[in-house]
Design a protein around this ligand. Structure first.
Ligand code: MLT
Length: 262
């Protein structure tokens, strides 16, 4: 897999297919493999690019603090390094959505369409932000096992958990293998991410807002609320899925994305 140089880091980047560019941006604390249900299928019609963000997967780790703005700038620098000048569709899940907002504000000329999966527009409240700092400090002391235990029940819907779906175990392994310094840096970055609520009217590209029915992290009602505040958005709920709708219900998610991109 090619490595692409960005500001003081290298990103591990999966590329597949030809056509309009579709950039898939993973959530926390995961890597590009959360899109395995999408990459090959969408690559039939699109040039799919799925990086590991700075600090995750096989990309370079930057210890300390990595902001959502930095991660968005990494994506723009990656596109430039790949000689991609055309505006792209950016599809981000959860933390990938926080990055997508910053990409839309900072790199508008590079953006054609947005897909916001299981993500939020609001900033953290004081308690959530403090918990993220606590998590950052703890993961550096103990490693990521406690995150796998606490997060998996929130990431997946009841059906996937009850069936012990293979992707649940695969996700556990991704979390366990993540570099604690990368997790900590992104957690600190999420804690200080800007609130997007007052800026939604500026995000005027066509947008698909997609949410798993049972997502407790970015609930459907909240996502419908920000979809309504975006100038040009449609909302789709994925029945039976949790926060990780693309892994849990790939056929339904792919169909929604294909209909939006058609
Ligand atoms: C994610 O899936 O990226 C995280 O749940 C985001 C968050 O913790 O806010």
């Amino acid at each position: 897999m090619p490595r692409v140089a960005v500001h003081e880091a290298e990103l591990n980047v999966v590329k597949q297919g030809e056509g309009p560019v579709l950039l898939l941006v993973h959530g926390f604390p995961l890597d590009h493999t959360m899109w395995l249900g999408q990459i090959a299928w969408l690559a039939e019609t699109h040039r799919v690019i799925a990086p590991d963000l700075r600090g995750f997967g096989a990309s370079t780790v930057t210890p300390g603090l990595v902001t959502m703005q930095r991660l968005a700038d990494d994506l723009a620098e990656m596109l430039a390094a790949l000689n991609i000048a055309e505006p792209v569709t950016l599809c981000g899940l959860s933390m990938g959505g926080y990055v997508a907002w910053q990409f839309a504000l900072r790199h508008r000329s590079r953006l054609a369409k947005l897909i916001l999966c299981d993500t939020r527009a609001v900033a953290d409240n004081a308690e959530t932000a403090a918990n993220r700092i606590g998590l950052a400090n703890r993961v550096q002391r103990e490693g990521p096992a406690f995150i796998a235990e606490t997060m998996l029940p929130k990431l997946f819907g009841p059906a996937a958990l009850a069936a012990q779906a293979p992707f649940v175990e695969a996700t556990r392994q991704v979390i366990l293998k993540s570099d604690p310094r990368g997790i900590a840096a992104a957690s600190r970055g999420m804690a200080q991410r800007p609130d997007m609520t007052a800026r939604l009217a500026e995000i005027d590209v066509p947008a698909l807002v997609l949410c798993g029915e049972h997502d407790p992290i970015s609930p459907s009602g909240e996502m419908q609320g920000f979809a309504a505040a975006l100038p040009n958005a449609q909302f789709v709920e994925i029945a039976g899925a949790g926060h990780m709708a693309p892994l849990e219900k790939p056929a339904e998610v792919n169909a929604a994305i294909a209909a939006f991109l058609a």
